[in-house]
Ligand binder design. Structure first.
Ligand code: ADP
Length: 812
């Protein structure tokens, strides 16, 4: 019998009905639902109902846990229902299917055995005669919200929607929605107790609203959580699955092996704790990544660097000063002063273990043995040796590395050097520290300062590593060609040891004692295969090389050795003698003609001395006078400073014209041309001032300049001679050119001490304060007699053709 039938037939509902207290649910009219019944009182009620008209009163317990609720524990408003089906379950319980018919209020409880009968008053709800617009809107709202909620919960289906759509009574809609909303008991009961249908629907709508908000929020939270979990987690799970599959298939898991291998290496690298922590962190990241991801290869490279650095590996020092001296002597000819200072330095280091002293800096032209001294120090101490060149470094990142976010980033040169050394206490040579530049990419010198500063370098930070590396045990040695360009802040940290160039005799000894034996050995031959005569060596020095050091000399000797080794390999067993006469057969035609000394004293040609990064040079300055209008022409690729020197020289000559018997008005009718060969090579610096003056005065007076006098010095307009640099190198250059008298500024006298004694002995130094003194010496005797010689005549006497040597950039 359906409800409609019941209604039609106006089912007679008796006043007294058996009561079935229900838990956890509030039953509305129209609802059909199954109930499980087990309590004795309840079973008794069902039996009673089944025995009569199947009608029963369903009322909700206030507390679900009450096994035997009293009248007060049961809500008064409930629903009259009809039992449609019963089914006895094996455990003694009964399952019933009930349908709600109409609402009722309990007016009286009557205790019967274990249960109750209740006197019920039927509730007659007010009728909604007309659906107002407001009610219509309310109904639509309720339907829409219900649909939304169902959608959010993924429970929407066309059937449900159709049912909702079919309901046109507000009260019924309220009941239908409320019964499906999983309301809390109190709330559901509250809805049930509202008898006015429209009011009830309003309440339901309100509850729906709240539910919608909660559901929306819930859905949002869920999707967020899902998103987060999705990418990494999904990859991870997939990879785990793949691993499991591979494992099942008996395939080795390369990736796991790689990770394990790295983990072992990290443990072996004995990193400081915080470094190891970082390494392990990166390893974990790597493990989570897709092995082919670009990021993974970056992390892998990083870890490779980390595990290969000698974090805790040091070599053991042998600080035996006598032994060091022996090694230095074994490897290097002479250089006594340099060796002494190295030994002093190491001696102090021995006494004060953690000396925070200066860094050694070897300064000298190329090929004088700076690097090889560094190597010897390392060998003597039993340390590893490593070197990097700082030439042209302009970017801080070259010292300190790039951050890993850069593509192709690597650690800086310092860390690279350490890795190459393989120990954390090598002798570390920083070459060409005078060629460090600065520009917009940052100042590498700041990073270098940190490297060289014992207060800071125990935690040197490389951008790539991103963890500190301890450089405090490293013995840094720097090298430079020139002192002046070294940045002052760096210079302050260093103890400068100058290594001047070698004279020809010294080169000869070095060749005989070191270079030739070494090259013989390297090429697998002996002195039974090859002898190079002393004369031949000197010929190589003067005709095949032009340098302060011995690098090219060694190269040429190596070339000879290779030729002989080849002959030997081809079966020749005899001794090869290299002499001055047959040298060209081994080395080809001479690369340099020797500095041709002037054969005669000449007018208008003065011999200057210059200083270049390659050592000292002899420089012939030419001046000539011709008819003209007082112009000064300067040629020979001269820098501004040198040009200004030439102007100063001419002005001086004019101001002293009377003294040297020069026509005071020469300037009105003559042009002067000053040339410094070789014209293609740039030269600059003020130290050729005195030489230019001498050449000009000679040209104007017609008095020749002494060929055996070389000079250097800056000149002022009043003829004062100012000091210059590079004396040692200049002295050596003079000696090479077989010039034995050297005029130097008086104020350079103190610098003579730096020149080795044996060189000093071979030269005559003349000190000049004033240009007049230089001219007295440089112009040939009998100059006085010639003072009256007319200028034209003197000019006619001068002749061209002096051979010119390599030019120079004489500094200060
Ligand atoms: P630098 O570093 O100053 O440019 P190197 O140390 O490379 O020069 O020296 C070049 C070569 O000359 C090396 O083979 C070195 O052994 C050799 N040499 C330089 N000076 C001496 C010396 N005084 N005694 C022996 N060999 C030397």
């Amino acid at each position: 019998m359906s409800r409609e039938e019941l209604q039609k037939e106006q089912v007679e509902i008796p006043e007294i009905l058996p009561l079935l207290p229900v838990r956890d649910i509030v039953v509305f009219s129209y609802m059909i639902l199954p109930l499980f019944v087990g309590r004795e009182g309840s079973l008794q009620a069902i039996n009673e109902a089944m025995a009569s008209n199947r009608l029963i009163f369903l009322a909700t317990q206030k507390r679900a846990s009450d096994e035997d609720p009293s009248a007060d524990d049961i809500y008064r408003v409930g629903t009259v229902a009809m039992i449609m089906k019963t089914l006895r379950l094996p455990d003694g319980r009964v399952k019933i299917l009930v349908q709600g018919l109409t609402k009722g209020v309990i007016r009286e409880f009557i205790r019967v055995g274990a249960g109750y009968r209740v006197r019920v008053e039927k509730v007659v709800e007010p009728e909604v005669k007309e659906i107002s617009i407001e009610v219509e809107a309310l109904m639509r709202n309720v339907k829409e919200n219900s649909e939304k909620i169902l959608n959010l919960k993924g429970m929407a289906s066309p059937d449900v929607m159709a049912i909702l759509d079919a309901v046109h009574e507000p009260g019924r809609l309220a009941d239908l929605v409320a019964s499906n909303m999983k309301l809390r008991i109190e709330e559901a009961q509250m809805v049930l107790e509202i008898f006015d249908p429209v009011e009830r629907l309003r309440k339901v709508n309100e509850l729906l609203h709240r539910e919608l908000e909660v559901s929306t929020m819930q859905a949002k939270i869920q999707s967020q959580a899902k998103e987060e979990m999705s990418k990494t987690q999904r990859d991870y799970f997939l990879r785990e699955q793949l691993r499991a599959i591979k494992h099942e298939l008996g395939e080795t898991d390369e990736r796991a092996e790689e990770i394990n291998e790295l983990r072992e290496k990290i443990a072996k690298a004995k990193m400081p704790p915080e470094v190891e922590k970082e390494a392990l962190k990166q390893l974990n990241r790597l493990e989570m990544m897709h092995p082919d991801a670009a990021e993974a290869s970056i992390v892998r490279t990083y870890l490779d660097w980390m595990v290969e650095l000698p974090w805790s590996y040091s070599t053991k020092d042998r600080l035996n000063i006598a032994k060091v001296k022996k090694v230095l002597d074994e490897d290097h000819y002479n250089l006594e002063k340099v060796k002494e200072r190295i030994l002093e330095y190491l001696g102090v280091r021995k006494i004060k273990r953690h000396m925070k002293g200066p860094i050694l800096c070897f300064v000298g032209p190329p090929g004088v043995g700076k690097t090889s001294l560094g190597r010897s120090i390392a060998r003597a101490l039993g340390r590893k040796f490593t070197r990097i060149s700082l030439g042209g470094v302009r970017d801080e990142a070259e010292i300190r590395g790039h951050r890993r976010t850069y593509i192709g980033a690597l650690p800086g040169r310092i860390i690279q050097g350490i890795k190459q050394a393989g120990s954390n206490n090598p002798v570390f040579m920083l070459d060409e520290i005078d060629k460090v530049g600065t520009d917009f990419r940052g100042d590498p010198s700041a990073a270098l300062l940190e490297v060289l500063d014992p207060e800071q370098n125990h935690a040197f930070s490389d951008h790539y590593l991103n963890v500190p590396f301890d450089l405090s045990k490293v013995m840094f040695i720097t090298t430079a060609n020139l002192i002046d360009p070294i940045l002052p802040a760096l210079k302050d940290r260093m103890e400068i040891i100058e290594i001047p160039g070698y004279s020809n005799e010294e080169k000869l000894r070095i060749a005989q004692q070191f270079l030739i034996p070494r090259q013989l050995k390297e090429n697998g031959i002996t002195e039974k295969d090859l002898v190079i005569s002393e004369e031949a060596i000197l010929q190589i020095i003067s005709h095949y090389t032009r340098e302060s050091g011995v690098r090219n000399l060694e190269r040429e000797i190596a070339a000879i050795c290779r030729k002989v080794a080849r002959k030997k390999a081809e079966g020749y067993r005899g001794l090869t003698r290299v002499t001055r006469a047959n040298l060209h057969k081994f080395l080809g035609v001479p690369k340099y003609l020797p500095e041709q000394e002037q054969e005669e004293n000449e007018v208008g040609v003065a011999t200057g001395l210059a200083w270049t990064p390659h050592g000292g040079e002899v420089l012939y300055v030419e001046a000539t006078v011709m008819k003209g209008k007082g112009n000064l022409t300067i040629t020979g690729h001269l820098g501004d400073v040198m040009k200004e020197s030439a102007h100063a020289a001419l002005s001086y000559a004019r101001s002293r014209a009377a003294r040297w018997g020069i026509d005071e008005n020469f300037y009105a009718e003559k042009d002067v041309h000053v040339h410094v060969p070789a014209g293609a090579i740039p030269k600059d610096g003020p130290s050729a001032g005195v030489t230019m003056t001498t050449a000009i005065v000679s040209a104007l007076t017609g008095i020749p300049v002494r060929k055996d006098v070389a000079m250097t010095g800056e000149i002022t307009l009043r003829g004062r001679v100012l000091p210059v640099g590079g004396l040692k190198e200049k002295a050596l250059a003079a000696l090479r050119a077989k010039i034995h008298t050297v005029i130097i500024p008086e104020r350079n006298k103190k610098d003579l001490e730096e020149i080795p004694k044996h060189i000093r002995k071979k030269l005559k130094f003349v000190y000049a304060k004033h240009m007049d003194e230089i001219l007295e010496i440089a112009l040939v005797e009998g100059a006085k007699a010639k003072r009256e010689t007319p200028v034209e005549e003197a000019v006619g006497k001068r002749r061209h053709g002096a051979r010119v040597v390599t030019p120079a950039a004489p500094p200060a």
